[in-house]
Design a protein around this ligand. Sequence first.
Ligand SMILES: [Fe+2]
Length: 588
Amino acid sequence: MKAILGLNAYHADSSACIVVDGKLVACVEEERFRRVKHWAGFPAESIRYCLSAAGIRLNQVSQLAVNSGSGSNLCRKFGYTLFHRPTVSLLLGKFRTHLRRSRIKDQLMRSFPSETFTGKIIRVEHHLAHLASAYYAGPFDEAVAVSIDGFGDFASAAWGHAGDGKINLISQIWFPHSMGVFYQAVTQYLGFPDYGDEYKVMGLASYGQPTYASEMRNIVRLVDGGRYELNLSFFRHGRDEIDYSWAEGTPVFETLYTRELEDLLGPARQKHEKLDQRHKDIARSAQWMYEQALFHLLNSAYEQCECKNLVLAGGCAMNSVANGRITSNAPFRNIYVQSAAGDAGGAVGAAFAAAARDCDEGIDRGQMPHAFWGPGFDDSEIADILSARRNDLGDSACTVTRIDAEDALCRAVAQSIANGLVVGWFQGRMEWGPRALGNRSILGDPRRADMKDILNSKIKRRESFRPFAPSILRDKVVDWFEQDDDVPFMMKVLQIRESKRRQVPAVTHVDGSGRLHTVTAEANPLFFKLIKEFDSLTGVPIVLNTSFNENEPIVCRPEEAFDCFMRTNMDILVLGDYLIRRQDECAH
Ligand SMILES: [Fe+2]
């Protein structure tokens, strides 16, 4: 047996995975255990879970693969540093980060004091890990592999040709030019300062027009070879000290844009300032610019590789709106984006890359046809929790019913959704990546125009401009969407057919689009059955699906789902076979 632990450590979305004999066994983000969004630090709890899922001890792990090569691209880093004369404190900060990352083994021993680790530590360059995470997870034997993010190991993008189990790097885009930084800086400018807020700008963009396109062209310049350059007068990261806080806890970023950006676009929006049309137009223009740069890079990568399959990773690969437009703007026909395309996914990529190095034919492709690689809990564990919480259940006048026949459970839940109730749905192993895909989901009726407001008032309290997603039976996509496509991880936004939009107002965004999740019986049989029951009842093969959480990481354990149910106004909680109803629930 050869076991490889993969880590994304001291980055945002710290995570771990385990690959045994070239096959993925488990992967999870540390935030799910620590209960702090995007937790950055050493993923000790994730490692503990991965070892237990594989049924092995740390001393049986032969390699520990990390998605950051401390020695990668040193010449470029050194050259840039010499030329730009950084401050002493900036150099010290970088040295501290370097030290933390180089002491992985010490940290491992501190986290597992009674264990031993005699294996090797393998450093995989950040973008190579992203590319490997996409290629080996995806279904294609041959593909163009592309990675785009903020920065990792001094690069912000990389692409190459993947075939016969190997990845050959073709090109990279280096610091300080980065579309990830561009999008993050505009996100901060629009008054969304938190790590991961970019998706808010993506949602807001649908309300605007690209009226600031010429300003955006001043900020980003597309150059030959699929490359792009930032106009650095609008950004601080190339010339000032930027403190990236990657210690334990929530990742924190300083402001990335300069006063010149405000001179160009007008005053920046403050966090709680009302959103006006100018903000929406700037969001739309930034989204447009990102797409122009993406398609420019992809068209060049296609010319270099001439393969119609694309695998995509890196934080920017989470831009599902841009992903949905790729086939209309580049020659690719088949696209795969794994469910944790951002830095969390680098843990899997590092482990895959390490496993492939030792194997002439590479390792298997198609390793991630579904996203259910996290912890799961059986019905006896759930029964114990309900027993321990019986006082809470009594105080809240809840009834508990066990329905162990799947068909009957799905029928009862589908009927409740059709009656307008909000259902917490907790089943099987937790999703890998930021999207709820039918195992840790909150579900509602997509036919109700008021369901978005109901969900926001009962649980989510999100910005009103953000859409909710449709989970749809895979074979019904062609009837409801303008493109017939597999989207198993909600990584593409497609247009809903105009004739259907009125039937599903709760999942139709202002521009007629939907960030769909296609569901098959193979990937998730129980969730498939539930949507099928809803289809039989209503004629609509879609349910509204949002993540099971309330301003926190997605729930991992049944206790967290139970607590979320208790402190919000969710109507029904389904934990495995157990259906918990508030007695005062009422159909809306
Ligand atoms: Fe990255």
